[in-house]
Design a protein around this ligand. Structure first.
Ligand code: NOJ
Length: 547
Protein backbone atom coordinates (compact mmCIF):
# COMPACT_ATOMS: atom_id res chain seq x y z
CA UNK A 1 0.00 0.00 0.00
CA UNK A 2 1.30 3.43 -0.94
CA UNK A 3 2.33 5.60 2.02
CA UNK A 4 2.69 9.38 2.18
CA UNK A 5 6.41 9.04 2.67
CA UNK A 6 6.86 7.22 -0.63
CA UNK A 7 6.26 10.69 -2.07
CA UNK A 8 8.13 12.69 0.54
CA UNK A 9 10.46 15.45 -0.55
CA UNK A 10 12.32 16.25 2.61
CA UNK A 11 13.94 19.55 3.47
CA UNK A 12 16.50 19.28 6.28
CA UNK A 13 16.51 22.25 8.64
CA UNK A 14 19.39 22.81 11.01
CA UNK A 15 17.31 24.82 13.50
CA UNK A 16 20.17 26.84 14.95
CA UNK A 17 21.01 28.20 11.51
CA UNK A 18 17.70 28.75 9.74
CA UNK A 19 16.00 31.84 11.18
CA UNK A 20 16.42 33.60 14.49
CA UNK A 21 13.16 35.19 15.71
CA UNK A 22 14.35 36.58 19.07
CA UNK A 23 17.67 38.05 17.92
CA UNK A 24 20.04 36.11 20.12
CA UNK A 25 22.05 34.88 17.13
CA UNK A 26 20.64 31.34 17.34
CA UNK A 27 17.90 30.08 15.05
CA UNK A 28 14.67 28.92 16.67
CA UNK A 29 11.27 27.32 16.16
CA UNK A 30 9.36 30.58 15.75
CA UNK A 31 11.90 31.50 13.10
CA UNK A 32 11.16 28.31 11.18
CA UNK A 33 7.45 29.07 11.39
CA UNK A 34 8.03 32.51 9.88
CA UNK A 35 9.71 30.88 6.89
CA UNK A 36 6.92 28.45 6.02
CA UNK A 37 5.95 30.56 2.95
CA UNK A 38 9.50 30.04 1.65
CA UNK A 39 9.23 26.27 2.12
CA UNK A 40 5.89 26.24 0.33
CA UNK A 41 7.28 28.23 -2.53
CA UNK A 42 10.14 25.79 -2.90
CA UNK A 43 7.62 22.98 -3.06
CA UNK A 44 8.95 20.51 -0.50
CA UNK A 45 6.34 18.54 1.45
CA UNK A 46 8.27 17.37 4.54
CA UNK A 47 10.64 18.99 6.99
CA UNK A 48 13.26 17.17 9.08
CA UNK A 49 14.45 19.09 12.11
CA UNK A 50 17.81 18.35 13.68
CA UNK A 51 17.48 17.95 17.48
CA UNK A 52 15.74 20.71 19.40
CA UNK A 53 15.58 19.05 22.84
CA UNK A 54 17.16 20.46 26.01
CA UNK A 55 20.88 20.05 25.54
CA UNK A 56 24.21 21.46 26.71
CA UNK A 57 24.96 21.68 22.95
CA UNK A 58 28.29 19.88 23.14
CA UNK A 59 27.26 18.27 19.84
CA UNK A 60 24.70 20.87 18.78
CA UNK A 61 21.72 19.07 20.25
CA UNK A 62 22.73 15.42 19.72
CA UNK A 63 23.63 15.43 23.42
CA UNK A 64 20.15 15.39 24.94
CA UNK A 65 19.64 16.24 28.62
CA UNK A 66 15.83 16.18 28.54
CA UNK A 67 13.87 14.53 25.74
CA UNK A 68 10.55 15.92 26.91
CA UNK A 69 11.35 19.62 26.58
CA UNK A 70 12.63 22.07 24.00
CA UNK A 71 15.99 23.75 24.45
CA UNK A 72 15.23 27.26 25.65
CA UNK A 73 17.49 28.78 23.02
CA UNK A 74 15.23 27.31 20.36
CA UNK A 75 11.87 27.97 21.97
CA UNK A 76 9.26 26.30 24.12
CA UNK A 77 6.96 23.32 23.92
CA UNK A 78 4.19 25.71 22.90
CA UNK A 79 6.37 26.92 20.00
CA UNK A 80 6.93 23.33 18.93
CA UNK A 81 3.21 22.54 19.01
CA UNK A 82 2.56 25.72 17.11
CA UNK A 83 5.14 24.82 14.47
CA UNK A 84 3.75 21.31 14.02
CA UNK A 85 0.27 22.67 13.47
CA UNK A 86 1.39 25.55 11.23
CA UNK A 87 3.35 23.15 9.02
CA UNK A 88 0.40 20.79 8.84
CA UNK A 89 -1.97 23.61 7.94
CA UNK A 90 0.34 24.34 5.05
CA UNK A 91 0.43 20.75 3.87
CA UNK A 92 3.94 20.09 5.17
CA UNK A 93 4.79 17.09 7.35
CA UNK A 94 7.44 17.14 10.01
CA UNK A 95 9.90 14.54 11.21
CA UNK A 96 12.14 14.97 14.23
CA UNK A 97 15.58 13.69 15.01
CA UNK A 98 15.47 11.01 17.66
CA UNK A 99 18.72 10.38 19.52
CA UNK A 100 18.53 6.86 20.88
CA UNK A 101 22.11 5.60 21.09
CA UNK A 102 23.29 8.01 23.79
CA UNK A 103 22.28 10.88 26.04
CA UNK A 104 24.10 13.91 27.37
CA UNK A 105 26.17 13.40 30.50
CA UNK A 106 23.83 16.04 31.94
CA UNK A 107 20.81 13.76 31.54
CA UNK A 108 19.37 12.93 35.01
CA UNK A 109 19.87 9.19 34.39
CA UNK A 110 23.57 9.63 33.83
CA UNK A 111 24.02 12.12 36.62
CA UNK A 112 22.43 9.63 38.99
CA UNK A 113 24.48 6.75 37.58
CA UNK A 114 27.66 8.69 38.37
CA UNK A 115 26.53 10.04 41.74
CA UNK A 116 25.27 6.66 42.99
CA UNK A 117 27.09 3.62 41.64
CA UNK A 118 24.24 1.51 43.01
CA UNK A 119 21.60 3.53 41.18
CA UNK A 120 19.29 1.59 38.87
CA UNK A 121 20.43 4.04 36.18
CA UNK A 122 23.98 2.69 36.35
CA UNK A 123 22.86 -0.14 34.09
CA UNK A 124 21.22 2.32 31.68
CA UNK A 125 24.76 3.01 30.51
CA UNK A 126 27.83 0.94 29.75
CA UNK A 127 30.26 0.88 32.65
CA UNK A 128 33.19 -1.52 32.51
CA UNK A 129 36.86 -1.95 33.42
CA UNK A 130 38.33 -1.80 36.88
CA UNK A 131 41.17 -0.29 38.89
CA UNK A 132 41.73 2.37 36.28
CA UNK A 133 42.28 -0.13 33.43
CA UNK A 134 40.28 0.44 30.28
CA UNK A 135 38.47 -2.70 29.06
CA UNK A 136 39.87 -2.44 25.51
CA UNK A 137 41.63 -0.23 22.95
CA UNK A 138 38.55 0.89 21.00
CA UNK A 139 38.57 4.44 19.64
CA UNK A 140 35.62 6.82 19.45
CA UNK A 141 34.29 8.60 16.35
CA UNK A 142 35.16 11.94 17.89
CA UNK A 143 38.79 11.05 18.68
CA UNK A 144 40.47 9.29 21.62
CA UNK A 145 39.23 6.25 23.52
CA UNK A 146 35.57 5.26 23.82
CA UNK A 147 36.24 4.86 27.55
CA UNK A 148 36.09 7.77 29.96
CA UNK A 149 37.07 7.26 33.61
CA UNK A 150 34.55 7.29 36.42
CA UNK A 151 37.05 8.26 39.15
CA UNK A 152 34.76 7.29 42.03
CA UNK A 153 34.73 3.60 41.09
CA UNK A 154 37.84 3.04 38.97
CA UNK A 155 35.51 1.99 36.16
CA UNK A 156 34.95 3.64 32.77
CA UNK A 157 31.86 4.54 30.78
CA UNK A 158 31.48 3.99 27.05
CA UNK A 159 30.95 6.84 24.58
CA UNK A 160 31.05 6.38 20.83
CA UNK A 161 30.89 10.12 20.20
CA UNK A 162 31.98 12.93 22.55
CA UNK A 163 32.90 12.03 26.12
CA UNK A 164 29.91 14.11 27.22
CA UNK A 165 27.62 11.72 25.31
CA UNK A 166 27.55 8.38 27.17
CA UNK A 167 26.07 5.45 25.23
CA UNK A 168 22.88 3.84 26.47
CA UNK A 169 22.73 0.15 27.30
CA UNK A 170 20.02 -1.24 25.01
CA UNK A 171 20.35 -4.65 26.65
CA UNK A 172 18.49 -3.11 29.56
CA UNK A 173 14.68 -3.44 29.09
CA UNK A 174 14.24 -0.21 31.07
CA UNK A 175 16.20 1.70 28.42
CA UNK A 176 14.21 0.13 25.60
CA UNK A 177 10.93 1.00 27.30
CA UNK A 178 12.06 4.54 28.12
CA UNK A 179 13.12 5.26 24.53
CA UNK A 180 9.83 3.93 23.20
CA UNK A 181 7.93 6.16 25.63
CA UNK A 182 9.90 9.19 24.43
CA UNK A 183 9.22 8.38 20.78
CA UNK A 184 5.51 7.96 21.48
CA UNK A 185 5.40 11.20 23.47
CA UNK A 186 6.45 13.06 20.33
CA UNK A 187 4.27 11.09 17.95
CA UNK A 188 1.31 11.89 20.16
CA UNK A 189 2.12 15.56 19.61
CA UNK A 190 1.40 14.98 15.95
CA UNK A 191 4.80 14.69 14.32
CA UNK A 192 4.89 12.48 11.24
CA UNK A 193 8.07 10.55 11.72
CA UNK A 194 11.41 10.03 13.37
CA UNK A 195 14.93 10.06 12.05
CA UNK A 196 16.65 7.45 14.19
CA UNK A 197 20.09 8.86 14.88
CA UNK A 198 23.02 6.41 14.83
CA UNK A 199 20.69 3.45 15.47
CA UNK A 200 23.17 0.99 13.94
CA UNK A 201 25.33 1.43 17.04
CA UNK A 202 22.89 0.43 19.77
CA UNK A 203 24.47 -3.03 20.14
CA UNK A 204 28.08 -3.56 21.14
CA UNK A 205 30.34 -6.62 21.01
CA UNK A 206 32.08 -8.29 23.93
CA UNK A 207 34.23 -5.62 25.57
CA UNK A 208 37.05 -8.07 26.25
CA UNK A 209 38.20 -7.97 22.64
CA UNK A 210 40.89 -5.57 21.52
CA UNK A 211 40.86 -4.32 17.95
CA UNK A 212 44.05 -5.56 16.27
CA UNK A 213 46.32 -2.48 16.15
CA UNK A 214 49.86 -1.53 17.13
CA UNK A 215 50.38 -0.97 20.87
CA UNK A 216 49.31 2.51 21.97
CA UNK A 217 46.99 3.16 19.02
CA UNK A 218 43.29 3.78 19.56
CA UNK A 219 41.54 2.44 16.44
CA UNK A 220 37.90 3.21 15.65
CA UNK A 221 36.65 -0.34 16.16
CA UNK A 222 33.57 -0.28 13.90
CA UNK A 223 33.05 -4.05 13.62
CA UNK A 224 32.57 -4.12 17.39
CA UNK A 225 29.89 -1.47 17.50
CA UNK A 226 28.24 -1.06 14.11
CA UNK A 227 25.44 -3.14 12.55
CA UNK A 228 25.72 -6.06 14.97
CA UNK A 229 22.86 -8.58 14.69
CA UNK A 230 21.39 -7.50 18.05
CA UNK A 231 20.58 -4.10 16.54
CA UNK A 232 17.69 -5.74 14.75
CA UNK A 233 16.53 -7.54 17.90
CA UNK A 234 16.40 -4.31 19.89
CA UNK A 235 14.89 -2.32 17.08
CA UNK A 236 12.08 -4.61 15.99
CA UNK A 237 9.85 -4.37 19.08
CA UNK A 238 10.44 -0.62 19.13
CA UNK A 239 9.42 -0.20 15.48
CA UNK A 240 6.54 -2.67 15.71
CA UNK A 241 5.00 -0.89 18.66
CA UNK A 242 5.32 2.49 16.97
CA UNK A 243 3.76 1.20 13.76
CA UNK A 244 0.95 -0.40 15.70
CA UNK A 245 0.17 2.88 17.46
CA UNK A 246 1.05 5.24 14.60
CA UNK A 247 0.83 3.31 11.32
CA UNK A 248 1.61 6.39 9.23
CA UNK A 249 4.79 7.28 11.07
CA UNK A 250 7.90 7.43 8.89
CA UNK A 251 10.81 5.61 10.49
CA UNK A 252 13.92 6.87 8.76
CA UNK A 253 17.11 5.36 10.08
CA UNK A 254 20.55 6.87 9.91
CA UNK A 255 22.65 3.88 8.90
CA UNK A 256 25.90 5.62 8.02
CA UNK A 257 28.07 2.58 7.40
CA UNK A 258 25.36 0.15 6.29
CA UNK A 259 26.05 -1.49 2.96
CA UNK A 260 23.26 -2.07 0.50
CA UNK A 261 22.35 -5.53 1.79
CA UNK A 262 22.07 -4.29 5.34
CA UNK A 263 20.02 -1.36 4.15
CA UNK A 264 17.71 -3.86 2.45
CA UNK A 265 17.44 -5.84 5.70
CA UNK A 266 16.71 -2.73 7.74
CA UNK A 267 14.00 -1.53 5.36
CA UNK A 268 12.35 -4.69 4.03
CA UNK A 269 8.70 -4.46 5.15
CA UNK A 270 8.83 -8.19 5.93
CA UNK A 271 11.30 -7.42 8.70
CA UNK A 272 9.12 -4.91 10.58
CA UNK A 273 11.93 -2.45 11.10
CA UNK A 274 12.41 0.86 9.29
CA UNK A 275 10.84 2.45 6.23
CA UNK A 276 14.00 3.91 4.75
CA UNK A 277 17.70 4.12 5.56
CA UNK A 278 20.21 6.90 5.08
CA UNK A 279 23.62 5.55 4.09
CA UNK A 280 26.91 7.40 3.73
CA UNK A 281 28.21 4.65 1.45
CA UNK A 282 27.04 6.41 -1.72
CA UNK A 283 29.72 9.06 -1.50
CA UNK A 284 32.62 7.68 -3.42
CA UNK A 285 35.83 9.65 -3.27
CA UNK A 286 39.06 9.30 -5.18
CA UNK A 287 41.83 8.77 -2.63
CA UNK A 288 44.60 8.23 -5.16
CA UNK A 289 46.13 11.71 -5.00
CA UNK A 290 46.36 12.18 -1.27
CA UNK A 291 49.48 13.23 0.60
CA UNK A 292 50.34 9.97 2.34
CA UNK A 293 52.42 11.79 4.96
CA UNK A 294 49.33 13.20 6.67
CA UNK A 295 45.99 11.61 7.65
CA UNK A 296 43.40 11.35 4.88
CA UNK A 297 40.65 12.75 7.12
CA UNK A 298 40.52 16.41 6.07
CA UNK A 299 42.38 16.34 2.78
CA UNK A 300 40.39 17.48 -0.23
CA UNK A 301 39.39 14.48 -2.33
CA UNK A 302 37.89 14.63 -5.82
CA UNK A 303 34.58 12.86 -6.24
CA UNK A 304 34.78 9.56 -8.08
CA UNK A 305 31.83 9.60 -10.50
CA UNK A 306 32.63 6.27 -12.00
CA UNK A 307 32.42 4.52 -8.65
CA UNK A 308 29.35 6.61 -7.82
CA UNK A 309 27.59 5.37 -10.93
CA UNK A 310 28.10 1.78 -9.90
CA UNK A 311 26.93 2.51 -6.36
CA UNK A 312 23.77 4.21 -7.59
CA UNK A 313 23.02 1.32 -9.90
CA UNK A 314 23.49 -1.26 -7.15
CA UNK A 315 21.42 0.64 -4.56
CA UNK A 316 18.60 1.39 -6.98
CA UNK A 317 18.53 -2.18 -8.20
CA UNK A 318 18.77 -3.83 -4.78
CA UNK A 319 16.15 -1.68 -3.10
CA UNK A 320 13.68 -1.82 -6.02
CA UNK A 321 10.56 -3.53 -4.69
CA UNK A 322 11.82 -3.29 -1.09
CA UNK A 323 12.02 0.34 0.00
CA UNK A 324 12.74 3.83 -1.22
CA UNK A 325 16.43 4.73 -1.45
CA UNK A 326 17.25 7.99 0.30
CA UNK A 327 18.72 10.54 -2.11
CA UNK A 328 20.86 13.33 -0.73
CA UNK A 329 24.04 15.20 -1.57
CA UNK A 330 24.76 16.87 1.74
CA UNK A 331 23.73 17.04 5.36
CA UNK A 332 24.99 18.62 8.57
CA UNK A 333 27.69 15.94 8.90
CA UNK A 334 29.58 16.72 5.73
CA UNK A 335 30.87 19.52 3.57
CA UNK A 336 28.29 21.08 1.25
CA UNK A 337 27.67 19.73 -2.27
CA UNK A 338 28.88 22.93 -3.93
CA UNK A 339 32.17 22.81 -2.00
CA UNK A 340 32.77 19.09 -1.79
CA UNK A 341 31.78 17.87 -5.23
CA UNK A 342 30.44 20.39 -7.73
CA UNK A 343 33.04 22.46 -9.54
CA UNK A 344 30.59 25.25 -10.35
CA UNK A 345 26.92 26.21 -10.00
CA UNK A 346 26.06 24.55 -13.30
CA UNK A 347 27.39 21.22 -12.12
CA UNK A 348 25.71 21.52 -8.72
CA UNK A 349 22.30 21.95 -10.38
CA UNK A 350 22.90 19.07 -12.77
CA UNK A 351 23.90 16.84 -9.88
CA UNK A 352 20.68 17.71 -8.07
CA UNK A 353 18.79 16.78 -11.24
CA UNK A 354 20.75 13.55 -11.54
CA UNK A 355 20.09 12.39 -7.99
CA UNK A 356 16.66 13.64 -7.06
CA UNK A 357 14.91 12.32 -10.17
CA UNK A 358 16.05 8.80 -9.40
CA UNK A 359 13.69 6.48 -7.58
CA UNK A 360 13.78 7.49 -3.94
CA UNK A 361 13.18 10.09 -1.26
CA UNK A 362 15.20 13.28 -1.76
CA UNK A 363 16.55 15.12 1.27
CA UNK A 364 17.58 18.67 0.47
CA UNK A 365 19.92 20.23 3.02
CA UNK A 366 18.81 23.80 3.79
CA UNK A 367 20.58 26.32 1.56
CA UNK A 368 21.54 23.72 -1.02
CA UNK A 369 18.68 25.12 -3.13
CA UNK A 370 20.53 28.45 -3.15
CA UNK A 371 23.86 26.90 -4.14
CA UNK A 372 25.49 27.66 -0.80
CA UNK A 373 29.09 26.68 -0.19
CA UNK A 374 30.89 26.00 3.08
CA UNK A 375 31.95 28.99 5.15
CA UNK A 376 35.68 29.64 5.53
CA UNK A 377 36.76 29.47 9.17
CA UNK A 378 39.49 31.78 10.39
CA UNK A 379 40.82 29.81 13.35
CA UNK A 380 41.34 26.13 13.97
CA UNK A 381 39.66 26.61 17.35
CA UNK A 382 36.39 27.49 15.54
CA UNK A 383 36.00 23.86 14.51
CA UNK A 384 35.78 22.80 18.18
CA UNK A 385 36.84 19.33 17.14
CA UNK A 386 39.63 17.20 18.57
CA UNK A 387 40.05 15.34 15.28
CA UNK A 388 40.81 18.66 13.55
CA UNK A 389 43.44 19.56 16.13
CA UNK A 390 45.04 16.12 15.72
CA UNK A 391 45.02 16.52 11.94
CA UNK A 392 46.52 20.01 12.14
CA UNK A 393 49.34 18.76 14.37
CA UNK A 394 50.30 16.12 11.82
CA UNK A 395 50.01 18.52 8.90
CA UNK A 396 52.14 21.17 10.64
CA UNK A 397 54.83 18.56 11.23
CA UNK A 398 54.86 17.96 7.47
CA UNK A 399 55.31 21.65 6.72
CA UNK A 400 51.74 22.78 5.97
CA UNK A 401 51.08 26.38 7.07
CA UNK A 402 48.12 27.22 9.30
CA UNK A 403 46.47 29.03 6.37
CA UNK A 404 46.78 25.92 4.19
CA UNK A 405 45.37 23.72 6.92
CA UNK A 406 42.46 26.10 7.52
CA UNK A 407 41.66 26.14 3.83
CA UNK A 408 41.71 22.36 3.62
CA UNK A 409 39.60 21.77 6.71
CA UNK A 410 37.09 24.52 5.82
CA UNK A 411 36.47 22.65 2.58
CA UNK A 412 36.09 19.21 4.10
CA UNK A 413 34.71 19.60 7.62
CA UNK A 414 31.05 19.49 8.68
CA UNK A 415 30.99 22.69 10.79
CA UNK A 416 31.50 25.17 7.91
CA UNK A 417 28.51 23.48 6.23
CA UNK A 418 26.25 24.65 9.07
CA UNK A 419 26.36 28.38 8.32
CA UNK A 420 23.25 30.49 8.77
CA UNK A 421 20.70 30.82 6.00
CA UNK A 422 21.43 33.98 3.96
CA UNK A 423 17.96 35.39 3.43
CA UNK A 424 19.05 38.86 2.30
CA UNK A 425 22.19 40.71 1.29
CA UNK A 426 22.30 42.73 4.54
CA UNK A 427 24.25 42.54 7.77
CA UNK A 428 23.62 39.15 9.41
CA UNK A 429 21.74 38.15 6.25
CA UNK A 430 18.22 38.74 7.57
CA UNK A 431 18.86 35.69 9.75
CA UNK A 432 19.09 37.76 12.92
CA UNK A 433 19.82 41.23 14.21
CA UNK A 434 22.52 39.61 16.30
CA UNK A 435 25.83 38.19 15.11
CA UNK A 436 25.13 34.55 14.16
CA UNK A 437 26.21 31.78 16.56
CA UNK A 438 28.48 30.28 13.92
CA UNK A 439 30.93 32.69 12.41
CA UNK A 440 33.01 32.15 9.31
CA UNK A 441 33.27 33.92 6.01
CA UNK A 442 30.62 33.35 3.39
CA UNK A 443 32.27 32.09 0.20
CA UNK A 444 29.44 32.52 -2.30
CA UNK A 445 27.14 35.24 -3.47
CA UNK A 446 23.80 33.50 -3.05
CA UNK A 447 20.93 35.06 -1.10
CA UNK A 448 17.35 33.78 -0.93
CA UNK A 449 15.65 37.09 -1.69
CA UNK A 450 17.63 37.71 -4.88
CA UNK A 451 17.27 34.13 -6.04
CA UNK A 452 13.53 34.07 -5.59
CA UNK A 453 13.28 37.12 -7.84
CA UNK A 454 15.53 35.73 -10.57
CA UNK A 455 13.84 33.20 -12.84
CA UNK A 456 17.22 31.76 -13.86
CA UNK A 457 18.42 31.23 -10.29
CA UNK A 458 19.44 28.13 -8.40
CA UNK A 459 16.32 28.42 -6.25
CA UNK A 460 14.00 28.52 -9.23
CA UNK A 461 15.79 25.59 -10.80
CA UNK A 462 15.20 23.58 -7.60
CA UNK A 463 11.56 24.63 -7.69
CA UNK A 464 11.15 23.24 -11.18
CA UNK A 465 13.05 20.12 -10.27
CA UNK A 466 10.86 19.48 -7.23
CA UNK A 467 7.69 20.06 -9.27
CA UNK A 468 8.89 17.49 -11.80
CA UNK A 469 9.84 15.04 -9.06
CA UNK A 470 6.26 15.16 -7.81
CA UNK A 471 4.86 13.71 -11.04
CA UNK A 472 3.92 10.00 -11.03
CA UNK A 473 6.65 9.07 -13.53
CA UNK A 474 9.41 10.24 -11.19
CA UNK A 475 7.69 9.07 -8.03
CA UNK A 476 6.70 5.60 -9.13
CA UNK A 477 8.41 4.83 -12.41
CA UNK A 478 10.99 2.07 -12.78
CA UNK A 479 14.65 3.00 -13.00
CA UNK A 480 17.22 1.88 -15.51
CA UNK A 481 20.75 3.28 -15.67
CA UNK A 482 22.20 3.29 -19.17
CA UNK A 483 25.68 1.78 -19.45
CA UNK A 484 27.52 4.84 -20.74
CA UNK A 485 31.12 5.99 -20.39
CA UNK A 486 32.24 7.91 -17.34
CA UNK A 487 31.62 11.17 -19.21
CA UNK A 488 27.88 11.03 -18.71
CA UNK A 489 25.19 9.80 -16.35
CA UNK A 490 22.06 8.74 -18.21
CA UNK A 491 19.03 6.92 -16.86
CA UNK A 492 15.51 6.20 -17.82
CA UNK A 493 12.32 6.26 -15.80
CA UNK A 494 9.31 4.34 -17.16
CA UNK A 495 5.70 4.16 -16.05
CA UNK A 496 3.06 2.65 -18.32
CA UNK A 497 3.34 4.49 -21.62
CA UNK A 498 5.41 7.29 -20.15
CA UNK A 499 9.14 7.36 -20.37
CA UNK A 500 11.77 9.98 -19.55
CA UNK A 501 15.50 10.19 -19.91
CA UNK A 502 17.76 12.12 -17.54
CA UNK A 503 21.05 13.04 -19.17
CA UNK A 504 23.89 14.73 -17.29
CA UNK A 505 27.25 15.74 -18.67
CA UNK A 506 29.77 14.93 -15.95
CA UNK A 507 32.68 16.65 -17.69
CA UNK A 508 33.94 20.11 -18.56
CA UNK A 509 33.77 19.25 -22.28
CA UNK A 510 30.71 19.22 -24.56
CA UNK A 511 28.91 15.89 -24.70
CA UNK A 512 27.19 14.20 -27.64
CA UNK A 513 24.53 11.56 -27.06
CA UNK A 514 22.37 9.65 -29.52
CA UNK A 515 18.75 9.70 -28.45
CA UNK A 516 15.23 9.43 -29.77
CA UNK A 517 13.79 11.32 -26.82
CA UNK A 518 12.82 14.68 -28.23
CA UNK A 519 10.73 16.65 -25.75
CA UNK A 520 12.71 18.68 -23.22
CA UNK A 521 10.95 18.95 -19.85
CA UNK A 522 13.76 20.38 -17.71
CA UNK A 523 17.08 21.85 -18.67
CA UNK A 524 20.17 23.18 -17.00
CA UNK A 525 22.69 24.76 -19.35
CA UNK A 526 23.01 24.98 -23.10
CA UNK A 527 22.02 22.15 -25.39
CA UNK A 528 21.08 21.43 -28.97
CA UNK A 529 18.79 18.67 -30.05
CA UNK A 530 18.34 17.30 -33.53
CA UNK A 531 16.44 14.25 -34.74
CA UNK A 532 18.55 11.73 -32.99
CA UNK A 533 21.46 13.59 -31.45
CA UNK A 534 21.74 15.67 -28.33
CA UNK A 535 24.67 17.98 -27.55
CA UNK A 536 25.13 19.18 -24.01
CA UNK A 537 27.41 21.98 -22.81
CA UNK A 538 30.00 21.20 -20.09
CA UNK A 539 28.29 20.03 -16.86
CA UNK A 540 24.84 20.65 -18.32
CA UNK A 541 21.85 18.40 -17.68
CA UNK A 542 18.58 17.68 -19.44
CA UNK A 543 15.39 15.74 -18.84
CA UNK A 544 13.61 14.54 -21.97
CA UNK A 545 10.40 12.75 -22.65
CA UNK A 546 9.60 10.59 -25.63
CA UNK A 547 7.57 12.59 -28.09
C1 NOJ B 1 24.78 11.43 13.76
C2 NOJ B 1 24.45 12.88 13.66
O1 NOJ B 1 24.03 13.16 12.36
C3 NOJ B 1 25.70 13.63 14.06
O2 NOJ B 1 25.61 15.00 13.79
C4 NOJ B 1 25.96 13.36 15.51
O3 NOJ B 1 27.18 13.95 15.88
C5 NOJ B 1 26.03 11.86 15.80
N1 NOJ B 1 25.00 11.10 15.12
C6 NOJ B 1 25.88 11.62 17.26
O4 NOJ B 1 24.55 11.83 17.65
Amino acid sequence: MKKWYDEAIIYQIYPKSFQDSNNDGIGDLQGIKQRIPYLKRLGINTVWLNPVFVSPQVDNGYDVANYFAIDEKMGTMADMEDLISALHQNGIRIIMDFVLNHTSDQHPWFKDAIANPKSIYRDYYLFAGENGHRPNNWGSFFGGSVWEPDPKTGQFYFHLFDKHMPDLNWKNPGVRKAMLDIAEFWLKKGIDGLRLDAFIHIAKADFRQNYPAPEGQIPVAEPFFANLPEVVHYLRPFCQQIKQDYPDCLLLGEAASANVNLAATYTDPENNLLDAAITFRCFTEDDSHLDSAIPAAYQVKPFDFEAFKLTQMVWEQTLAGISMPVLYWSNHDMSRLRTRIAKNDMQAKSLAMLLYLERGIPIIYYGEELGLTNLAFKHLADFKDQTVFDFAKEAEKEGYSEAEILKMVSKTHKMPARGVMPWQRVENYGFSKHRPWLTGEKQDDHFAEAEIADSESFFNFYRQLIALKKTPLFMEGSYYLHPTSNKSFIYQRDLGDESALVVVNLTDKPLKVKTRYQKVILSNGQYSLTDNELQLAPFAGLVLERD
